[in-house]
Design a protein around this ligand. Structure first.
Ligand code: HAM
Length: 415
C-alpha cells in the first residue's frame, strides 16, 4: 500500500465540515474587514523566496521544497503566502487602484520540517495582507482581524504578544549592541546561534535551547533602541489596540522567523497545543515590495496556521456546528419504489433541498438505520400501499412525529 508522504494529512469526509466551518468564518471576517481574496500559484520561482523570505532564515536554508522543472527552472512550493502576494501585487499593478489594497488568502504551504503535533510539511494558512498604509491604524486593524477571527471561533484562552523590531536604521544600531553583549558568550551558545551571530543576530533571541535562553535573558532589548519614528509608531499601535479593546502583552523576544519584518511584529500563542503554540504570526514589512522590485510600499499582515487552530479548537472543546445530514431520506421496498425514491430525490434537489435515497438494496429496517446514521431530518417510506394511494407519511426523525403528504406536494415540502 502507498501511504501519504510524511508530514501530510488527509482531511476525511467525516472531518471536512470542521475545515469548512473555519474557512467560512475566515471568509466572513475577511468580508467584514473589506478584504478581497487573492489566489496566487502554489509554486513560484525559487528566487522569490530567497529575496522575499530571506536567505538567512531556516525556511530558505533548510525547509523549502525546491526542484528543477522540465525547463531547468528552479521552482519552489510556497512555504508561506506573503512573498507570492507581494509578487502578484507588483506584477499586476495593484498599486494603481485605491489604497490601501486589502487582501486575504486560504492556502496550502510547504516546509520540510520535522513533523510533530501542530507541525506538518504540508499545512494551511488563512492570511491577510494590507498594502499602502504606513499608519499604525493598519497594524491595529490587521491584529484586530486576527483577534476577531479567533474570537468568532470561540477561542478564549489565547495570548496576543506584540513587539517592535524597528527599521533598518535603528536595528543596525541595536544589532551592534546585541553582538557586543553576546560576543563573550559565543562559546556557550548552540551551533545555530553561533551561525546566526554574524548573519542575523536578532534571531538568536528566538532560540529555544535552554543555554541560549539563559544568555539572551539579560540581552539588550530592541524596543529600548527604537528610533523616534519607530518608537512613536509602536506607541500608537498600542494606543489603537487599546482603543479597539484588544488585549495584548509586550514580548521583547518576538523576532519572527522571516526576514522581511519591520516595526510591529506579533503572535497569538496558546498553551493548549504543546510545543508548537504559535497559532498566528504576523507584522509590518515595509521593505518587501521594494526588495522585490516594486515602488516602496508599506505593508502589514498575518497568517494563522489552520492545523494548529483546529488542534486548539479540539483540545479546548470549542464548538463546531453539527454537520447536517440530508433533509429527507426516501426509503423504498422494491425496484418500483426505488425508482420513485430516486425521482423524488431529483425533484427535491432541483428545488434546492437536499435528499438521499437507497442505492445499496438495503432492507427497510437497514434503510432507517442508515438514514439515522447520516442524520437525515425526515424519512419517507415509498412502499406498495403508498404508491397505490399516491400519498405517504414523512417521519421527523428527531421526535418521531408524522406529516401526511400527497405525492405532488413532496418536492415543495422538502425544498
Ligand atoms: P509564520 O509564522 O512562518 O508566518 O507562519 C504563520 C503560521 O503558520 C504559524 O504561526 C503557524 O500557525 C503556521 N505554521 C507555520 N509553519 C507550520 C508548519 N510546519 N506546520 C503547521 N503550521 C505551521 C508566515 O508565514 C508569514 N507569511 C505571516 C505573515 C503574513 N506576515 C505578514 N503577512
Amino acid at each position: 500500500m502507498i501511504s501519504a508522504p510524511k508530514g501530510t494529512k488527509d482531511v476525511l469526509p467525516q472531518d471536512s465540515y470542521k475545515w469548512q466551518y473555519i474557512e467560512d468564518v475566515a471568509r466572513k471576517v475577511a468580508k467584514d474587514f473589506n478584504l478581497k481574496e487573492i489566489r496566487t500559484p502554489v509554486f513560484e520561482h525559487t528566487e522569490l523566496f530567497l529575496r522575499g523570505v530571506g536567505d538567512t532564515t531556516d525556511i530558505v536554508n533548510k525547509e523549502m521544497y525546491t526542484f528543477k522543472d522540465k525547463g531547468d527552472r528552479s521552482i519552489t512550493l510556497k512555504p508561506e503566502g506573503t512573498a507570492g502576494v507581494a509578487r502578484a501585487y507588483i506584477e499586476n499593478g495593484l498599486s494603481n487602484g485605491p489604497l490601501p489594497v486589502k487582501m486575504y488568502y486560504i492556502i496550502p504551504a510547504f516546509r520540510y520540517e520535522r513533523p510533530q503535533a501542530g507541525r506538518l510539511r504540508e499545512f494551511h494558512q488563512f492570511g491577510i495582507e494590507v498594502y499602502g498604509s504606513p499608519s499604525p491604524l493598519a497594524d491595529a486593524e490587521v491584529i484586530s482581524a486576527a483577534a476577531l477571527f479567533l474570537d468568532r471561533l470561540g477561542i478564549k484562552k489565547i495570548k496576543l504578544n506584540i513587539n517592535s523590531i524597528g527599521c533598518k536604521t535603528c536595528r543596525a544600531e541595536y544589532n551592534a549592541k546585541l553582538k557586543e553583549y553576546l560576543r563573550p558568550h559565543l562559546g556557550e551558545m548552540c551551533a545555530t546561534c553561533r551561525e546566526r551571530f554574524d548573519k542575523n543576530p536578532l534571531r538568536i533571541l528566538d532560540c529555544k535551547e535552554e543555554g541560549c535562553k539563559k544568555i539572551t535573558a539579560g540581552a539588550p532589548r530592541m524596543i529600548d533602541y527604537l528610533c523616534d519614528d519607530c518608537a512613536a509608531h509602536f506607541h500608537e499601535v498600542q494606543a489603537c489596540l487599546k482603543a479597539g479593546g484588544t488585549e495584548f502583552n509586550i514580548d521583547s523576544n518576538i523576532v519572527r522567523g522571516l526576514d522581511y519584518y519591520t516595526k510591529t511584529v506579533f503572535e497569538f500563542v496558546s498553551e493548549d497545543i504543546g510545543a508548537q503554540g504559535t497559532v498566528c504570526g504576523g507584522g509590518r514589512y515595509d521593505g518587501l515590495i521594494e526588495e522585490l522590485g516594486g515602488n516602496p510600499t508599506p505593508a502589514v499582515g498575518f497568517a494563522v496556521g489552520l492545523e494548529r487552530l483546529l488542534l486548539l479548537m479540539e483540545n479546548t472543546g470549542s464548538p463546531f456546528p453539527a454537520d447536517g445530514g440530508p433533509g429527507v431520506f426516501f426509503a423504498a421496498m422494491d425496484d418500483e419504489g426505488r425508482r420513485l425514491a430516486f425521482s423524488f430525490a431529483v425533484k427535491v434537489r432541483a428545488l434546492g433541498g437536499s435528499a438521499e435515497c437507497d442505492k445499496m438494496g438495503r432492507s427497510l429496517k437497514a434503510q432507517f438505520k442508515y438514514a439515522d446514521k447520516i442524520g437525515a431530518k425526515y424519512v419517507v417510506v415509498l412502499g406498495e400501499s403508498e404508491i397505490a394511494a399516491g400519498k405517504c407519511s414523512a417521519k421527523l426523525m428527531s421526535d418521531g412525529s408524522i406529516t401526511e403528504l400527497k405525492f405532488e406536494d413532496i418536492p415543495q415540502f422538502f425544498a
